[in-house]
Design a protein around this ligand. Structure first.
Ligand code: AMP
Length: 252
């Protein structure tokens, strides 16, 4: 699989510019990926990036990047976000929205976008629609990945991530070529603090309460596409492509 693009604009915000911006495409993909934490949205976003050229944009990556200390002077909003994330709680909507707004250039990017982890509440989804409408753009589809809770928990606790390029591996379903090392950066993989068993329960409860209503929101707006997330990443990706080809006009 290709290494992910570096996404400086998204991770740092403000005036930060990507060193290798996406190439312009005639019909950029603008998609949201939905589903419980650990369902495999990040992996599907990475596969879709390889296929469409659109950047995989995760709000969780922004907060983890700030937490890792690579942001020189994190704003008060960013510090609040990191505190919420460390507790396994959702970051308040106004803070998430101000941070996303600072990265508007990624949403209007000529390469399109694949949003992972945002929106997470109906208020965020409404704000995203408004933001796009203000720019004369719209979302093509919300891809909703479904999996039984027991399988989701096992995926979360086996997940390992590269802190440099953010590629996600799994101890059993997507092991790195060398145990414990990133296939691309060759540095050590880490377990995310919010994938520790005690935080996973809080995140699952949060998902049911706040994020599941998003499914109803996108269904009501005719943009929901539900995908069975069981099986290997490639099997899920095949389903993703066939749903996109048959059910949306999104270019894939
Ligand atoms: P994720 O990588 O998407 O699972 O996000 C990790 C953590 O970051 C979440 O558990 C939340 O604490 C926080 N987070 C990420 N995106 C959002 C969002 N859109 N709204 C609220 N909190 C978020």
């Amino acid at each position: 699989m290709d290494a992910p693009r570096e996404r400086t604009s998204w991770l740092q915000g403000g005036g930060a510019v990507c060193r290798t911006p996406p190439r312009a495409v005639a019909r950029p993909s603008r998609l949201v990926l939905l589903g419980p934490p650990g369902v495999g949205k990040g992996t599907q976003a990475q596969l879709l990036f390889v296929h469409t050229g659109a950047c995989a944009l995760s709000t969780g990556d922004i907060f983890r990047n700030a937490k890792s200390g690579t942001v020189e002077r994190p704003s008060p909003a960013m510090r609040t976000a990191v505190t919420s994330m460390n507790r396994g709680e959702l970051v308040p909507d106004d803070i998430v929205l101000s941070i996303v707004h600072e990265r508007l250039r990624c949403l209007t990017c000529r390469g399109g976008f694949l949003l992972d982890g945002f929106p997470r509440t109906v208020a965020q989804a409404e704000a995203l629609d408004q933001l796009l409408a203000n720019e004369g753009l719209h979302l093509h589809a919300a891809l909703h990945y479904e999996l039984p809770t027991r399988a989701v928990v096992s995926r979360l606790t086996g997940r390992r991530t590269c802190p440099v390029c953010k590629t996600v591996f799994h101890l059993t379903s997507r092991p790195p070529k060398s145990a414990g090392l990133c296939d691309y950066c060759h540095g050590p993989l880490v377990q995310r603090a919010d994938d520790e068993p005690e935080t996973v329960g809080v995140r699952m409860a949060e998902y049911v309460e706040c994020t599941a209503p998003l499914v109803d929101y996108y269904r009501a707006h005719g943009r929901l596409r539900t995908i069975d997330a069981s099986g290997t990443p490639n099997e899920v990706f095949e389903r993703t492509l066939s749903i996109l080809h048959s059910a949306t006009r999104a270019p894939v």
